[in-house]
Design a protein around this ligand. Structure first.
Ligand code: ADP
Ligand code: MG
Ligand code: ZN
Length: 600
């Protein structure tokens, strides 16, 4: 019953009209325009920013969902300058807060931050300002950034905040990455739970939550946990029309894989700035070294580098002194580089949400950019062994894997389907590998394979393994199926399948992520292993249908040129090609070019 009410309330939030908040006739409207120009040097608000600003200044609780780079920070930074008191910003990462503080300082906006690293004196000053009954001192601190840990662990701080509230100086509580409140999401952080107390402690202070990823289910959960059921929800469309999505085959030989990436960076992406995401710190280090050996200018970025090094590499990248950062997901939140032209995933992400966010870090300037996912079967098990302990971990991983192997369906449609509850956009405009190659007669159409027989064969092999008390990894299973590897694992008189091993892998993966087979995880002293066993779906003869996908070659840039001129003009001097102005959208050729900039 409670669930039903939550849902009803949510539907109410959805109905709160977005146009209603769009006008500029509020008492603060003139002020907003002026501050936008004078403090932020911005001419025009983007899609949904005005609505969000108006609603939070009207003291409504609200959640604003918009893609990375959409400009969510402005929706609490600007109102902080309109109101007389203080805006509290809860943010998950110190580096993220430092970035924001840095840019606020440059603009002359008084902001402070409180973290485990704050000195005693600094902490005291902040408490004093919070507790000061007069408004005059809030000029020294319009925004205060804190981590959720700080809030949940420091009684002293909460006491100061309560005084601030009782002096009517706590204007709003902004919560960045608000999806972290919910265990249903992909990125739950226990300390965010504490934020559930805010509405009780500070009933008159509006909450403004922002996030780049939250499904309907997660949004309902956030409303419930924060006690803001039925609050306003604004969505900016998630589609990034200027991003070209592509999956490529990841060579199984490491050397070949490094060569492939080096080739991409020195040819296709010559003179262009990018990010390469890897699975682990070790991969980051190895890949960096291998690319350096191949004369590609890259630097690593991960949590184990010391802060000075990280900051140095980050700035070298920002200034285009290096071509790409090879990074773990530690490189992410708060990056603000507009002209990133490519993101390569050396290993897939652990969820579609993560992948969407990471790949979304390119093309923020609205111009053509590419997301390349390198896929091979072995990576699937790296991801599943890491995530299976998380709630929904496997489910999330399997959605990601499905994206990787499903090259029959428009990548955008796959995103849309995955995020269906908050975003629906079918118009791809040939900006993904599947759509691009759809009518390309030179591309060999993948065969349609009846996999029932194959499934039976695999089950037989698994039966035999079970009877001999042997555990089979996916690789061993595949080997046995193709009559390779350990003899004892093979089934006598079973001929190898009459298909390419490439399809064999895809069939196996397909059967796993669709519950025909199942991964069975076992810990060893050093690692977790995934073994394949029979899945929960009963084997029947008729209900398995499989359209194997073929991973397409990257299309020639000249072809894409008809959509996005100039992308291939890298033959001009290097310096110049690093310049933003070099990647222009063709004027009015495609409707996306008009509104890609404001995400509307
Ligand atoms: P998000 O948090 O949504 O990922 P940010 O708040 O970090 O995005 O903003 C990304 C960049 O966009 C920042 O450089 C910011 O200054 C810029 N920005 C925000 N709003 C606008 C706007 N209306 N016009 C131009 N630039 C903007
Ligand atoms: Mg942000
Ligand atoms: Zn498409």
């Amino acid at each position: 019953k409670e669930k039903l009410t939550d849902k009803k309330n949510f539907e109410k939030s959805e109905k709160l009209s977005q146009t209603e908040w769009q006008n500029e006739t509020y008492s603060w409207s003139k002020n907003v325009r002026e501050i936008l120009k004078s403090s932020f040097n911005i001419e025009k608000l983007r899609s949904m920013q005005l609505q969000t600003i108006n609603a939070t200044l009207s003291k409504h609780d609200l959640i604003y969902v918009a893609p990375t780079g959409a400009g969510k920070s402005l929706t609490y930074q600007l109102p902080a300058l309109v109101d007389k008191g203080i805006t509290l910003v809860v943010s998950p990462l110190i580096s993220l807060m430092e970035d924001q503080l840095h840019s606020l300082k440059k603009r002359g906006i008084p902001a402070k931050m409180l973290s485990a690293n704050s000195t005693k004196e600094e902490t005291k000053i902040i408490h004093t300002i919070l507790e000061d009954p007069l408004f005059s001192t809030s000029d020294q601190m319009k925004l205060l950034y804190v981590t959720p840990e700080r809030m949940s662990k420091s009684k002293r701080f909460m006491q100061a905040l309560q005084k601030c509230y009782h002096n009517a100086k706590l204007d709003r509580i902004a919560i960045d990455e608000i999806h972290s409140v919910s265990v249903l999401g992909h990125d739950f952080r226990p300390d965010y739970k504490f934020l559930g107390n805010m509405k009780t402690l500070f009933p008159n202070t509006p909450i403004l939550g922002v996030t780049a990823t939250a499904s309907r289910k997660v949004l309902i959960d956030i409303q419930k946990i924060l006690n803001i059921r039925g609050c306003i929800i604004f969505n900016s469309p998630f589609n990034r029309p200027n991003l070209y999505y592509h999956v490529i085959d990841k060579p199984s030989e490491n050397e070949a894989c490094y060569d492939k990436i080096a080739d991409l960076l020195s040819n296709r992406y010559e003179g262009k700035s990018g990010i390469i995401y890897t699975f682990s710190i070790k991969d980051t280090e190895t890949l960096t070294n291998e690319l350096l050996k191949r004369d590609i200018k890259v630097r690593p970025y991960h949590a184990q580098l010391d802060a000075a090094e990280r900051s140095k590499y980050y700035h070298q990248w920002m200034e285009n002194k290096i071509q790409a950062v090879v990074a773990t997901i530690a490189f992410g939140l708060g990056i603000d580089k507009q002209d990133v032209r490519f993101v390569i995933h050396h290993t897939m992400s652990k969820s579609m949400e993560n992948f969407y966010q990471e790949s979304g870090r390119c093309g923020r300037d609205g111009k053509y950019a590419e997301s390349i996912l390198m896929y091979r079967m072995a990576d699937m098990f790296k991801i599943s062994c890491m995530t299976f302990v998380e709630s929904d971990g496997l489910k999330n991983a399997y959605s990601m894997i499905n994206y990787a192997i499903n090259s029959k369906k428009c990548r955008r449609d796959q995103f849309a389907k995955h995020f269906t509850e908050v975003w629906n956009d079918k118009n791809c405009g040939k900006m993904c590998d599947c759509c691009f190659h759809k009518k390309d007669v030179r591309v060999v159409k993948p065969p349609e394979i009846d996999i029932v027989e194959h499934y039976r064969s695999l089950l037989k092999i698994l039966d035999k393994a079970k009877s001999t008390d042997t555990k089979l990894t996916a690789l061993k299973l595949l080997d046995a199926w193709f009559q390779k590897g350990t003899k004892s694992a093979r089934v006598d008189n079973m001929p190898p399948p009459n298909i390419d091993r490439f399809y064999g892998e895809q069939i196996l993966v397909y059967l796993i992520i669709n519950d025909y087979l199942r991964e069975d995880f076992h810990y060893t002293a050093y690692s977790t292993n995934s073994y394949i066993v029979q899945g929960p779906k009963v084997p029947t003869d008729n209900d398995i249908e499989f359209n194997p996908s073929r991973v397409y070659e990257l299309p020639p840039l000249q072809k894409l040129k008809s959509y996005f001129e100039d992308f291939n003009e890298t033959k001009t001097p290097r310096r110049k090609s690093l310049n933003n102005d070099h990647y222009q959208f063709p004027q009015n050729k495609r409707e996306t070019s008009n509104h890609s900039r404001d995400y509307s």
